[in-house]
Design a protein around this ligand. Structure first.
Ligand SMILES: Nc1ncnc2c1ncn2[C@@H]1O[C@H](COP(=O)(O)OP(=O)(O)OP(=O)(O)O)[C@@H](O)[C@H]1O
Ligand SMILES: [Mg+2]
Length: 377
C-alpha cells in the first residue's frame, strides 16, 4: 500500500487546493481514479476542466450532479476499477439556485429570488462565490449515502486561501450589509461596498434600486437558513475525515503559496492529508549523460551532439531548481514527504494519461529521483 493510500484511507472528503494552474484539476482526477481503483465509491467534483479532460471523463453534460464515468477506456488503459467512479463539473450558478430552492419553501419567493437581477449578478460576479458554491455542493454530496469519498477540485483563485474563507466572506455579503450601503450610498461603509457596487454596475437600465430593495426583502427570510448552513459547512471542513491535499508545481511562487497554505490550515486546525509537487523534473546523473552524449558524437556529428548536451543542461537546471524548491517544502512540512509527479512536457487529457498519472500518485511518485538530483547539486 502506498503512502498516499494509507493517508487517504480514513478520508471521506479530499480537497485538492493550491495555486492557479499547478494541476489541481488533473491531480484531483488522478486521485479520484486511484481511490476508485482501490475499491471505494468515489465522487469527483471538478471545476472548469480542460475540454478534452472533461470529454475523457464523460463530463459533456452540465447537469451539476455526479454521473458514472465510463469504465471501458479505463480498463483498456490497463486499470481495474474495483469500486465506483462518479464525476461532475461544478456549475456555480446552479449550485446557488439549488441552495436557494432548498432554503425557500415558498415557490413564489423562490422564483422571485432566482429571477432577481441583483441575485443573478451577485452570484456570478463576486469573489468567493465560486468557492462557496464548491463547498455547498460538497456539503450536499457528503450527506448522501451513495459515496464513500468525495474528491473536490478547487477553483483557480489569486490566493489559495480564498477557498477557506469563502463561507465567511459570502455569508457577510449575503447578510446584506454591503447591499444596504448601496441604498444609502454615502459615508463610511460606501467604500467597503466597492466590490459589490462594481458587480452591480453591470446591471443596466431602470429599476436597479427596486430590484435591490426586493432582493433584500426576499433574502432576509432565508438568512437564518444560510447562517446555519455556513456553520454546518465549517464543521464539515474541520472534521478529521476531511483532508486537504496541497498541490503545487516546483516553481518558487507556488511553493511559497503551498507552504503558506499548509501553515494556514494548521493554524485553522484543519487536516492536511498530503502534498503533491506536480510537473517536477527528475534530474539524471549528470556525468553519465555527458558520457552518453560524448559517445553519440560520432553518430550525431558535433553540432547535433552539442545541441543534445545543451538540452540536457537545460533539463539539469530545471531539476536543480526543483530540488531546491523541494528542499524548502520538505523543511517547511517537516511532518510529511511531498510526492513528486513528473512533468510530461505535453498536456494530459485522455484516460490513458490519467491512468499513468494515477500510477505515479499512488506509487509514491518520483520522490527518490528528485532527491538524487538534490544530492548531486
Ligand atoms: N504532470 C504534468 N505534465 C504535463 N502537463 C500537465 C501535468 N499536470 C497538469 N498538466 C497540464 O497543465 C495544465 C493545467 O492543469 P490543470 O488544469 O489541472 O491545473 P489547475 O491547477 O486546475 O489550473 P486552474 O488553477 O486554472 O484551475 C493542463 O493543460 C494540464 O494538462
Ligand atoms: Mg482547475
Amino acid at each position: 500500500v502506498s503512502a498516499l493510500s494509507r493517508r487517504l484511507a480514513a478520508q471521506r472528503v479530499v480537497i485538492c487546493a493550491g495555486a492557479g494552474g499547478v494541476g489541481k484539476t488533473t491531480v484531483s482526477a488522478a486521485v479520484a481514479l486511484g481511490l476508485a481503483a482501490e475499491g471505494r465509491r468515489v465522487a469527483l467534483v471538478t471545476i472548469d476542466p480542460a475540454r478534452r479532460l472533461a470529454e475523457a471523463l464523460g463530463l459533456g453534460r452540465l447537469d451539476n450532479d455526479p454521473r458514472p464515468v465510463n469504465r471501458a477506456p479505463i480498463a483498456t488503459a490497463g486499470l481495474a476499477v474495483k469500486g465506483e467512479l462518479w464525476a461532475m463539473m461544478l456549475d456555480a450558478q446552479r449550485t446557488f439556485d439549488e441552495l436557494i430552492a432548498r432554503l425557500t419553501p415558498d415557490p413564489w419567493t423562490r422564483e422571485e429570488i432566482l429571477h432577481n437581477r441583483v441575485y443573478q449578478h451577485l452570484t456570478g460576479a463576486v469573489t468567493g462565490s465560486h468557492e462557496y458554491a464548491a463547498i455547498a455542493k460538497l456539503f450536499e454530496l457528503a450527506r448522501r449515502p451513495d459515496f464513500d469519498v468525495l474528491v473536490l477540485d478547487t477553483p483557480p483563485s489569486r490566493n489559495a486561501l480564498d477557498f477557506l474563507h469563502a463561507p465567511e466572506r459570502l455569508g457577510g455579503l449575503l447578510e446584506g450589509r454591503a447591499l444596504r450601503v448601496l441604498l444609502a450610498p454615502t459615508g463610511y461603509g460606501a467604500r467597503a461596498a466597492g466590490l459589490v457596487v462594481a458587480a452591480l454596475r453591470r446591471i443596466t437600465g431602470a429599476g436597479l434600486l427596486e430590484d435591490l430593495a426586493a432582493f433584500l426583502g426576499l433574502f432576509g427570510g432565508i438568512l437564518d437558513g444560510l447562517r446555519t448552513r455556513s456553520a454546518d459547512v465549517k464543521r464539515l471542513l474541520s472534521e478529521s475525515s476531511t483532508g486537504f491535499l496541497i498541490v503545487t508545481s516546483p516553481e518558487p511562487a507556488p511553493v511559497q503559496e503551498a507552504i503558506f497554505l499548509a501553515r494556514e490550515l494548521d493554524r485553522a486546525g484543519l487536516h492536511r492529508c498530503g502534498t503533491i509537487v506536480n510537473r517536477a523534473h527528475p534530474g539524471a546523473a549528470h556525468a553519465a549523460v555527458l558520457e552518453v552524449v560524448a559517445r553519440l558524437e560520432p553518430a550525431l556529428g558535433r553540432e547535433l551532439a552539442a545541441k543534445v548536451a545543451e538540452a540536457h543542461e537545460e533539463v539539469q537546471r530545471l531539476a536543480e531548481r526543483d530540488a531546491v524548491a523541494l528542499e524548502r517544502l520538505e523543511l517547511a512540512l517537516s511532518d510529511e514527504l511531498p510526492i513528486c509527479l513528473a512533468d510530461r512536457a505535453r498536456d494530459l487529457h485522455d484516460v490513458a494519461d490519467l491512468v499513468e498519472l494515477q500510477r505515479e500518485v499512488f506509487g509514491d511518485g518520483l520522490a527518490d529521483v528528485s532527491r538524487v538530483a538534490a544530492r548531486q547539486s
